[in-house]
Design a protein around this ligand. Structure first.
Ligand SMILES: Cc1ncc(COP(=O)(O)OP(=O)(O)O)c(N)n1
Ligand SMILES: Cc1ncsc1CCOP(=O)(O)O
Length: 527
């Protein structure tokens, strides 16, 4: 079982160390905890507080330092002495981890004041935090008030948020997640938008710098839920300890906290307390809790409406009507690299297929794309064109399939307007969150098993993950599993309730493609 260290102040009323510990327990993560301060507070105010002496914090930390922690979450510290004790501990913890060629992930929620207003960090402590602790922190998670206080930049809109986050980076932060819950967007007050900026390449599996906004529902009448900031940072720490990359940990944690706010229960003192849905084998949140991820602030207000798979045009109005039969299940879905393969497979009864030609000049593929579209229309087959979206739009293909990198350049509005369906590949929580912002016609999940057809950094997700995705996304989106799928694996995936399985090698690299196709079609006949 993975184990994390929680350092922070106690709060008897629904935030602080006790809440951190509950979140860790809920996510199945074992936590050690060290008290830096004791507070008496509730939603009406902070009545008393005392930061423990340097020696008391240090001796607690000394008592657990034999086994190094790989993830440390820091909440309230209170003053410069507490910061000093923690800085020294992180340095010695990292020394112990050196033989494993790594450093601890340190997630710091810079608790400067209570949500009810009382100050929880003195000025010298704030300065020590910035000069001594910030360089050791992997991710800092201020809200907009804390970011203002740490940077001295006043924040009233998304642009200010981005400027202040950059300023924190200039001061030494590597990854900043600014919680926008306190900031009301003039365009849409129903959404709370967080900004994530990463400059050291540690946030994602590809080692790239990245920044994005996460937009979540602002649940009505739930504005004074306490402990949301502590819980978010702790949930991120937990997901990191379970092996998720930082960007996915953030998306997952935001969904979890959104669920906790939506289900918050009212306590006797008229205060909402985070309450998570009960979960067992599925996600501890629902689709409505998942944030939408966009890369640029101007995308926050954009909505797309792609045609549904199996949609037909109303002959009078021309409007797209969603025909739910056959329940948006796309079935056996071969992915092929030539017109010849389409000509071989379509007559066998394939109803969904993708033409995936790589690295050719559009002029060199246009003729084949035109012929493929014509053939697919003749047999009433759903043909998705991979990558060449302008040609697909120009020649009115049934659909387009795009990967995440393609989303940066493709013109979503014109694809949506053309009536072409859009399928999007995903490999992680971050990519699913980005895809939800696009609201495509289907979502592909991969790699499910190890694949020899494409080099990629993700480890196979497995059948259990597909079950979870079906549960989370399957009521709203047709789903397609891809990666290493053959007959036996398709049979296992059928049990998850997924509507479609896509494959390259199991059809086009077999000795008898006709037999392989017929067997797969028969297996999926009743789906
Ligand atoms: C059905 C389906 N799912 C995933 C992919 C992969 O698409 P992408 O990420 O764009 O990668 P390439 O296919 O371009 O290598 C797919 N093609 N089809
Ligand atoms: C393009 C792609 N995207 C995710 S896995 C994959 C390759 C699928 O090929 P195969 O079915 O041969 O594993």
């Amino acid at each position: 079982m993975s184990k994390i260290l929680l350092i922070g102040g106690t709060d008897p009323s629904g935030a602080g160390l006790q809440t951190d510990w509950q979140v860790a327990h809920y996510l199945g993560v074992n936590a050690s905890s060290v008290v830096s301060a004791v507070t008496s507070q509730n939603s009406e105010g902070v009545f008393d507080q005392g930061v423990l002496a340097y020696s008391q914090i240090k001796s607690q930390l000394d008592s657990i330092k034999s086994e190094p922690f790989t993830v440390i979450k820091i909440g309230m510290l209170g003053n410069a002495d507490a910061v000093k004790a923690v800085v020294e501990f992180i340095a010695s913890n990292n020394q112990l981890l050196k033989s494993k060629h790594r450093k601890a992930f340190v997630i710091a929620d810079p608790v400067l004041a209570s949500s009810s207003g009382g100050a929880l960090m003195d000025e010298a402590g704030k300065q020590a935090f910035l000069s001594d602790l910030l360089p050791l922190i992997t991710l800092i998670t201020p809200n907009s008030d804390e970011l203002e206080s740490l940077t001295g930049i006043s924040i009233s809109n998304e642009q200010d948020l981005a400027t202040a986050a950059q300023q924190l980076i200039t001061l030494g932060a590597k990854n900043v997640l600014v919680k926008g819950g306190h900031l009301y967007n003039a365009n849409d007050t129903n959404q709370s938008n967080d900004l994530f900026v990463s400059v050291d390449g540690s946030a994602n599996i590809k080692g790239e710098e990245e920044s994005f906004y996460l937009s979540g529902e602002r649940w009505k009448n739930r504005s004074n839920v306490r402990g949301t900031g502590c819980s978010l940072a702790t949930a991120i720490a937990c997901q990191l300890s379970l092996g998720f990359p930082l960007n996915d940990s953030i998306v997952y944690a935001k969904a979890l906290i959104s669920n906790g706010i939506r289900n918050a229960s009212l306590t006797e003192n008229n205060q909402y307390k985070l309450q998570f849905s009960h979960y067992d084998t599925h996600h501890p949140f629902e689709l409505m809790d998942m944030p939408k991820l966009v890369k640029h602030a101007e995308m926050l207000s954009k909505n797309f409406n792609f045609a549904c798979c199996d949609a037909v045009s109303d002959s009078n109005s021309g409007n797209i009507i969603c025909n739910k039969e056959p329940n948006n299940k796309l079935g056996i879905y071969p992915v092929v690299d030539s017109l010849e393969w389409l000509q071989k497979l379509i007559p066998l009864g394939i109803k969904t297929i993708q033409l995936r030609i790589k690295d050719q000049h559009p002029d060199d593929v246009e003729e084949d794309i035109i012929a493929a579209i014509k053939l697919a229309k003749k047999y009433n087959v759903r043909l998705f064109i991979n990558d060449y979206w302008q040609l697909a739009v120009k020649h009115q293909a049934y659909g387009i399939h795009l990967g995440q990198e393609d989303l940066d350049d493709a013109d979503m509005a014109s694809i949506a307007q053309s009536g072409c369906r859009l399928g999007v590949s995903t490999h992680s929580y971050t990519e699913v969150a980005r895809t939800l912002a696009i609201n495509p016609s289907y979502i592909a999940l991969g790699p499910i098993y190890e694949t020899t057809s494409k080099i990629m950094p993700w480890i196979p997700q497995g059948v259990t993950a597909v079950e979870k995705w079906v549960n989370l996304l399957g009521k709203q989106f047709p789903l397609v599993a891809i990666g290493g799928i053959n007959y036996q694996r398709a049979a296992a995936l059928k049990q998850t309730g997924i509507g479609s399985v896509a494959m390259i090698s199991a059809i086009i690299k077999t000795e008898n493609y006709e037999l392989a196709t017929e067997e797969l079609l028969e297996l999926w006949e009743d789906v």
